[in-house]
Design a protein around this ligand. Structure first.
Ligand code: WTA
Length: 636
């Protein structure tokens, strides 16, 4: 079983005290101490009487419409300007932004940069094989995106269709996402480590007629038979008419009537592809994420609001500037890959790294070797990987030149103090602010992070701290009452809508309302708990439900059971190597006679609370509990 890292209030208080006293470490200063909001954020130049970061944040929340309208006009290219800034009502779960406006996301990510700087590098593909990186300029990426868009159109993919992408992180995967955006189709990227059952379930729910994949995946020196997984999946997906297969390796794979060789077909297409004029609220993508129970949820993100929010947070949380190289090591199968490998950096005309490998391949120096070779300025990763690397020792980091780094980001789970300190001191040589960014698939982009802040503002280890512009967090007590003072813990909610929010769950708006809007009427409920310090900073304490975070990915108990327990005979384990270091294996799980896993018993074992295992009379085989208890003791 996986043991989540829980942060107690005591720990929070201690780290805050440390944060204040050790000012040389945490109060990271950069240049001037007086801070001009218009110079920092040109979009805010017209906001009257606003100076300083906190004033700008106050303005973004109290004059939300003015704020978002100004930012949307300046950051995005519109085919037709929007008429209404927002039409939102959290009590109804209604969220609409920039209606009346038309735009194309791929034009915002590609064409406009091709006009100004065609030869700027858009993608650096850090292939699994170290030292064999490949660069794509904006001109080249636009060209392959257009070819792909034309190909999909020729094969009948229309505005409103949904294309499933089952590919590792690579340029053709990014181009596939952008090609969908270009022709107005939605994409549904499925993490290429998921099993054929998980893939099939997502294809069926999305009703995709088209799947894009690769012959084989290469990760950590190992080959995965991705095309074979697709073949197995589509057997139970009657909607699938066609599968496009890119060649990641030389290996030829079995083809059926519905398969097409992607690169060969692309060569037949024109390099110009007319972009579809999309409404702000048309669907951009679905992304499935695990719920605590039942089917995965296909969260729906739309065009303008999502792109704007991804771009703005990328620019200001990480301090991204033109010419920087942004290294987000998340797989594109997760929301982090969507927002901070693809959409945010490309909307900003940035250079983004596509990381195909693992943190320990071919050795534990992989990240830092890459930082040196590619001159990465902002590095964004998950605490699990950091904790794993700490175990291998500092020499793997120090071997490489990390002087290009300016900001270090963390996402996916709480970052414990030890990992934070190591990241800051060893990786960043104490020079680089560590931004612990809190957000979710549902929020579209980062909602709470230490940056942006004024240059001399403190950063407290292990705390996400400050709400981003336009974000107004709220904490609720167990009775559902709003907690109004500081130094309190509660259920983390959002009191105001923002453009990056998910709009619904595909095919299940009722579940969307029940999960996020009904628990605390008038608020968006995140599912996480948080503590608000005396100073008003936020620290996330973890999920309030059954969902677990593994190496920065949200995984429900269902997926773990699927991969680790039921399918342990298959190769999928390699994609979950990070799960393994914190997983207790069991030959069997305690089940009821009707076959349901007794999760409450597992939870008690993990909490070492053996005296209150509760009613075990429905257990099929009591010996299974004993085995689990013994296995857990060994793990401790
Ligand atoms: C957790 C990942 C603590 C949280 C972007 C959230 C975090 C879930 C942090 C979303 C953080 C994410 N500190 N916990 N900085 N960032 N989480 O949808 O429980 O894969 O609800 O999105 O990850 O996971 P998801």
């Amino acid at each position: 079983m996986w043991l989540p890292c829980r942060c107690t209030t005591k720990y929070v208080a201690a780290s805050i005290r440390r944060g204040v006293s050790a000012s040389s470490l945490h109060a990271l200063r950069r240049g001037r101490s007086s801070w001009n909001s218009a110079a920092f954020m040109p979009e805010s130049a017209g906001f009257e009487g606003v100076s300083g970061r906190d004033a700008l944040h106050d303005y973004s929340v109290s004059h939300s419409e003015n704020f978002w309208a100004a930012v949307a006009r300046q950051r995005l290219n519109w085919i037709r300007p929007f008429e209404a800034v927002q039409d939102c009502d959290l009590s109804q779960g209604r969220i609409k932004w920039f209606e009346g406006g038309k735009l194309n996301v791929s034009v915002n990510c590609l064409d406009r940069h091709v006009h100004t700087c065609p030869e700027r590098v858009a993608l650096i593909w850090e292939r699994d094989e170290r030292g064999s990186e490949v660069r794509y300029t904006y001109r080249e990426l636009l060209e392959i995106t257009c070819r792909l868009g034309n190909l999909l159109r020729r094969h009948g993919v229309k505005k409103g269709d949904c294309v499933t992408i089952y590919m590792p992180t690579c340029p053709l995967a990014v181009a596939s996402m952008l090609a969908c955006a270009r022709i107005g189709a939605a994409h549904n990227v499925v993490f290429a480590g998921f099993s054929s059952e998980a893939l099939a379930e997502r294809i069926r729910d999305a009703q995709s007629s088209t799947v894009i994949t690769v012959n084989q995946g290469v990760r950590g020196g190992k080959i995965t038979e991705l095309k074979r997984t697709v073949d197995a999946a589509v057997q139970s997906c009657p909607t699938v008419r066609q599968v496009f297969v890119a060649m990641r390796t030389e290996k030829r794979v079995e083809v059926t009537d519905r398969d097409f060789a992607l690169e060969e077909e692309m060569l037949k297409e024109d390099v110009v592809c007319e972009p579809a004029a999309m409404d702000s609220e048309d669907v951009l993508f679905l992304l499935y994420t695990s719920g605590s129970t039942g089917k995965p949820k296909g969260l729906v993100h739309t065009q303008a609001g999502y792109l704007l929010y991804a771009a703005l947070t990328h620019r200001y949380v990480f301090g991204y500037h033109d010419g920087d190289v942004f290294g987000c090591v998340a797989d594109i199968g997760w929301i982090t890959g969507h927002s901070y490998t693809v959409y945010g950096p490309l909307a900003n005309g940035g250079t983004t790294v596509l990381f195909e490998s693992t943190p320990v391949y071919p050795d534990p120096g992989r990240y830092w070797d890459m930082v040196e070779r590619l001159r990465i300025n902002q590095f964004y990763g998950a605490p699990t990987a950091i904790r794993l690397l700490i175990r291998y020792g500092d020499q793997w980091v120090k071997k490489y030149d990390r002087s290009s780094l300016t900001t270090l980001g963390s996402v996916g789970e709480p970052i414990n103090t030890e990992a934070w300190e190591w990241y800051n001191r060893v990786v960043g040589e104490g020079r680089c602010p560590v931004v612990d960014t809190w957000w979710q698939t549902e929020t579209g982009g980062i909602c709470i992070a230490p940056k942006p802040s004024e240059p001399d503002a403190e950063i407290v280890p292990g705390m996400a701290m400050r709400p981003f512009f336009g974000i107004k967090p709220a904490l609720m007590d167990t009775e559902g009452k709003l907690l109004t003072s500081n130094n309190e813990s509660g259920a983390l909610c959002m009191a105001q809508p923002w453009p990056g929010m998910a709009r619904t769950i595909h095919n299940n708006h009722q579940r969307f309302l029940e999960t996020y809007f009904q628990p605390y009427p008038g608020y968006f409920f995140t599912g996480d708990g948080a503590y608000r310090s005396q100073e008003g900073y936020y620290q996330i304490t973890g999920r309030l439900d059954d969902v677990i975070n593994v190496s920065g990915h949200r995984i429900g108990t269902a997926e773990i059971e699927d991969v680790v327990v039921i399918r342990s005979d298959e190769a999928h384990l390699s994609d979950f190597i990070l799960i393994i270091s914190v997983t207790q294996f069991a030959k069997r799980l305690p089940k009821t006679r009707s076959g349901k896993i007794m999760r409450r018993v597992l939870r008690k074992v993990v909490d070492c609370d053996l005296d209150s295992l509760g009613d075990l009379s429905t257990l099929d085989d009591p010996a299974a509990v004993q085995e689990i208890i013994e296995g857990h003791e060994k793990l401790l």
